[in-house]
Design a protein around this ligand. Structure first.
Ligand code: UDP
Ligand code: MN
Length: 612
């Protein structure tokens, strides 16, 4: 019997157990590969429609050889890898032109091909192109035109720029450093701190030391005692910082024109403000520099960062925009405040989650997080991260659990409901972080959702609960400063909507004044909005045409195109819109009169009074 039983167990093992283990192994391997190679949506801004599809290597090579045959004379080919744009003294391309930049990835021989493939493996971007570009290459100034007119205070706090890297490409790292030195006022840069997080590539050894010694004097290179991961490496770097503000950058960035002053200015006014630039996109394959749209940071209940759209009307603003979260890689913060607020969670490993953690913490503990539209920094967005965690841990998961447990109160349940793995995953000791939250007397997560991120919906109650709350908030929180009609002095007419008071996009026109008419009843809020019948807001319609019209739009509550600032002019007022940098005026069109904007000047068509 015993014998028989053992055999039947063995048979069962053969028929079911072994194949089962085999397939389970394949399945785990598949997921491992998926995880380490997964596309990285976290810091990738909303994609442009024009984005070219990724071509595989063979297809690219075919294309290149076709191009070579059609465009290049044999003499040019023999010249080798010389780019065809303006070059620096070392022969690397310096000027910027999309077409020329796109040409830089051209493979001329086997060696190029090998180098490129190696580069992709090590860095997940086209190192060959990076190496062919000047370390001082020019990039397009992607700022809104109005940014260029802003004059920043001459006295601003000094910055320690902290750049952590693990196995970075030599030229990408140095271009980051050079771009900072080339495009920042030198008196604002206290130092640049490079933190080498246990890199193993040879080019980051002696070669880097020598380059730094020979070329820089404000650059310090620190080496972490062992691999810390980006979170602890940043803390490590910040502990050495001597400037007044710490500015974190990834090691594959290029800062744009006048990027630093707009980040420092709001911090100088209020040190509780943490500022984030718009992160432009450096294409990982071509290094073409593309502007990013103005978007805000949000998150989903899996605790993944996401970009949330902002109302189109705010797209052209130059004013800071409050954002519920940040992407993580690039931001500026008063150094003392960074430490006071608990730096980062040192219990977090390698990568992930730290951006939501610091965002929640900033808001919940009394700070403010703002995107600065006039500060732009390019970042190479890769399709995958080329490194892994030393112990094979899912650090994103571990770190996210810490975020949920420390900051999200009862809302953490939503995260755990979506992540069955998270329920059992080990997340270490969080008692220090809980104590920090107590010590700083931080607000609840409910407070954060209600006040900072009312647009967020809950998984089980998609729309209603939070929208309801938001509507209530809209009615109750807006402080009305005054209400009445807005009279245009020159014509004696009043501003009113062309349609019903609830009709979005309706033009604002000038019509004979009528007391008590709802269409002419404007509420001015303490945020400088003009709400009609306390519902929709006066907005500017920045279209393609020269003539800019004003229209009714859903109130955004963001500073921007819905801000109308009354400036006294003896007998009456000019009404200035900071987004377009122009003043409200009367325009005639097809026999009628409507409200537009024009360059502020001494013209009676720009004079208004608010009749309460
Ligand atoms: N980094 C680091 N140590 C690590 C992992 C990353 O210092 O263990 C650095 C990395 O070189 C980069 C920054 O942290 O400068 C952010 O990492 P990465 O660019 O891979 O993140 P992503 O931009 O993809 O979010
Ligand atoms: Mn990065």
């Amino acid at each position: 019997m015993r014998f028989k039983k053992r055999w039947s167990v063995k048979c069962a093992l053969c028929t079911f157990g072994i194949p089962l283990t085999f397939w389970l192994g394949i399945y785990i391997l598949y997921w491992e590969l998926q995880l380490s190679d997964r596309p990285d949506s976290r810091r990738q801004p909303i994609k442009f429609k024009a984005r070219k599809p990724f071509k595989d290597v063979d297809e690219n090579l075919k294309l290149i050889s076709e191009l070579e045959n059609s465009f290049f004379k044999s003499g040019d080919l023999e010249e080798g890898n010389k780019p065809n744009g303006k070059t620096d003294e070392k022969g690397h391309q310096e000027d910027y032109d999309v077409v020329k930049t796109q040409e830089l990835g051209r493979i001329f021989n086997e060696k190029d091909r090998e180098m490129r493939d190696h580069g992709y493996k090590d860095h997940a971007f086209n190192q060959l192109v990076s190496d062919r570009l000047s370390l001082h290459r020019k990039i397009p100034d992607t700022r809104n035109e109005l940014c260029k007119e802003i004059v920043y205070p001459s006295q601003l706090p000094t910055a320690s720029i902290i750049i952590c890297f693990h196995n970075e490409a030599f030229t990408a790292l140095l271009r980051t450093v050079h771009s900072v030195l080339d495009r920042s006022p030198s008196d604002l840069i206290y130092e640049i701190i490079l933190v080498d997080d246990a890199s193993i590539f040879a080019h980051l050894g002696k070669k880097l030391d020598q380059y730094i010694q020979k070329n820089f004097y404000k650059v310090k290179l620190l080496k972490t005692p062992q691999r810390l991961g980006l979170i602890r490496a940043r803390i490590y770097g910040a502990n050495f910082a001597k400037g007044q503000v710490v500015v974190f950058l990834d090691s594959h960035c290029e800062v744009n024109t006048q990027w630093l002053q707009p980040l420092l200015a709001p911090i100088a006014v209020d040190y509780h403000t943490v500022t984030v630039p718009i992160i432009d996109m450096i294409n990982p394959d071509t290094f073409v520099y593309q502007p990013s749209p103005l978007v805000r940071g949000g998150f989903n209940w899996g605790l993944h960062f996401r970009w949330d759209p902002i109302p189109v009307s705010t797209n052209h603003t130059v004013q800071p925009i409050k954002t519920p979260t940040m992407a993580g890689g690039l931001f500026a913060m008063n150094k003392t405040y960074f430490h006071q607020l608990g730096a980062y969670d040192a219990g977090m490993n390698i990568w992930g989650g730290e951006n939501l953690e610091i965002s929640f913490r900033i808001w919940q503990c009394g700070g403010s997080l703002e995107i600065i539209p006039c500060s732009r920094v390019g970042h190479i967005f890769r399709k995958r991260r080329p490194y892994s965690s030393p112990v094979g841990e899912d650090t994103m998961l571990k770190n996210s659990i810490r975020v949920a447990k420390v900051w999200m109160d009862e809302y953490a349940d939503y995260f755990f409901q979506q992540n069955w793995l998270a329920k059992k995953y080990s997340y270490g000791d969080i008692s220090d972080r809980l104590a920090l939250r107590q010590r700083l007397k931080c607000n609840s997560f409910k407070w954060y959702l209600d006040n900072i991120y009312p647009e967020q919906t809950l998984p089980d109650d998609k729309q209603s609960k939070h929208l309801e709350l938001r509507m209530k908030k809209d009615v109750h929180q807006d402080k009305i400063v005054r209400k009445g009609s807005i009279r245009h002095l020159e014509s004696g007419k009043c501003l009113q909507t062309d349609e019903e008071i609830f009709t979005k996009k309706a033009l604002i026109v000038l019509a004979p004044c009528q007391q008590g008419l709802a269409k002419q009843l404007w509420y001015e809020t303490d945020e400088s909005e003009l709400k009609l019948a306390s519902k929709l807001c006066m907005d500017v319609d920045v279209g393609k045409s020269q003539q800019i019209m004003t229209r009714l739009a859903k109130c955004t509550g963001l500073s921007g195109s819905q801000n109308w600032i009354w400036k006294s002019k003896d007998t009456a007022f000019q009404v200035y819109n900071p987004t377009v940098g122009m003043c409200l005026c009367s325009e005639t069109y097809a026999g009628g009169m409507y409200a537009g904007v024009s360059i502020c000047g001494e013209t009676p068509s720009q004079l208004f009074t608010f009749v309460t």
